[in-house]
Design a protein around this ligand. Structure first.
Ligand code: PLP
Length: 375
């Protein structure tokens, strides 16, 4: 089996499995007695490791159950906490956000009367115009890298420009943490979301980095854990696994990136050399792991099925696209035409990808694309 869906999730790193298993017997990190203090110290270690690796203070690290939860807390919480009176009720976003942000913004629009301005995106998948940031808003958001195309956004510029208008910014860094250096304080964002399973940690635990002010208003109420921003008895094992995976990702970043980039480029050249009208939708600056390709005249679901039958796993990269033969909102925002958009696949590589995987895929693709075109 060859796996080309690392951006969806990736196998856990051994260091994360070990940390996770070692901490699995921990009891309640909120308790005052000995077993509680022990659990608390493992949780504190995980929080300190994360803070050190991501350039923030331990108190700014909020463990959540997922990237989706972190995005929800940030967007709803910052919107409701906003003290930017000049921008009251206004949200600035982009048309290519993951559904965790996109659907949250839509909810705020429908149920709380938010007005939403979207920064436009060009055919290359990058934001093409930033002037909406010069008008104050309750909150602005932009993903650091897009999950479908891998396009990297100029989030530091976005944060600085929004700050000049007094607008706090949330950055969805779920595709970036563990792949690019991240320094939360240097970035200056109010909040940042990440997810352990995207960098080799356990599924079911995520991260929200949140400045002291403005802090998101809580969506849930309870025992006051995680500064009251994400209450609930802590998942100490999950936090420990997350911290171990992040540590290894950061330590191995240079080597892993070089390995992944070489394979990704080999895949891109191989596709361009063997399938005449393939269109590459991943444009620089982009994550080294991503290659989004359109094969006009096919549809993504047929390609996924034909590859799966031959032992190769790839996807379109769009959660809402799965099972529905429709172009994704990301490609639509990029102005990709319908025929190209529907026949698209995202290949994402990771630390365990091999040259043999790439050669296997390249060997199968001409036949698979021809078959999909004949359906
Ligand atoms: N944001 C982006 C950019 C993502 O790619 C994903 C996952 O695909 C998420 C948010 C959601 O993360 P999680 O799967 O941890 O809920």
């Amino acid at each position: 089996m060859s796996y080309f869906d690392y951006a969806a999730t990736q196998p856990m790193r051994q260091s994360a499995i070990d940390a996770w298993v070692n901490a699995s017997g921990m009891l309640n990190a909120g308790a005052q007695y000995a077993s509680g203090r022990k659990a608390r110290s493992v949780l504190d270690d995980a929080r300190e490791t994360v803070a050190e690796l991501l350039g923030c203070e331990p108190i700014e690290v909020i463990f959540t159950a997922s990237g989706t939860e972190a995005d929800n807390i940030a967007m709803q919480g910052l919107f409701h906490a906003s003290s930017n009176e000049a921008g009251a009720g206004r949200i600035i976003s982009t048309p290519i956000e993951h559904s965790a942000v996109r659907d949250t913004v839509a909810r705020l629009e429908q149920e709380h009367g938010a007005t939403v301005d979207l920064l436009p995106v060009g055919r290359d998948g990058h934001i093409s115009e930033h002037s909406a940031l010069d008008t104050p808003a309750a909150v602005a958001t932009a993903m650091w890298a897009n999950n479908e195309t891998g396009a990297i956004m100029p989030v530091a510029d976005i944060v600085a420009r929004a700050a000049a208008a007094g607008t706090p910014v949330h950055v969805d860094a779920v595709q970036v943490v563990g792949k690019l250096p991240v320094n939360f304080h240097e970035l200056g964002a109010a909040t940042l979301a990440a997810s352990a399973h995207k960098f080799g940690g356990p599924r079911g635990i995520g991260l929200l980095l949140a400045k002291r002010t403005p802090a998101p208003r809580p969506l849930m109420f309870g025992g006051g854990q995680e500064r009251g921003i994400r209450p609930g008895t802590n998942d100490v094992a999950g936090a420990s696994g997350l911290a171990a995976a992040l540590k290894e990702s950061v330590e191995q970043m240079e080597q892993e990136t070089a390995h992944i980039l070489a394979l990704r480029n080999q895949l891109r050249e191989g596709i361009l050399g063997s399938i005449d009208d393939a269109v590459i939708n991943t444009n620089e600056p982009s994550l080294d792991s991503h290659l989004h390709v359109s094969f006009p005249g096919t549809d993504g679901d047929s390609l996924i099925m034909l590859l799966d039958q031959r032992g190769v796993e790839a996807a379109t990269g769009s959660a809402c696209h799965a099972g529905v033969n429709r172009m994704s909102h990301v490609l639509e925002a990029m102005g990709v035409d319908d025929e190209q958009g529907r026949g698209s696949l995202r290949f994402t590589l990771g630390r365990l990808s091999t040259e043999a995987d790439v050669n296997e895929l390249l060997g199968l693709l001409p036949e698979v694309v021809a078959l999909a075109r004949s359906v």
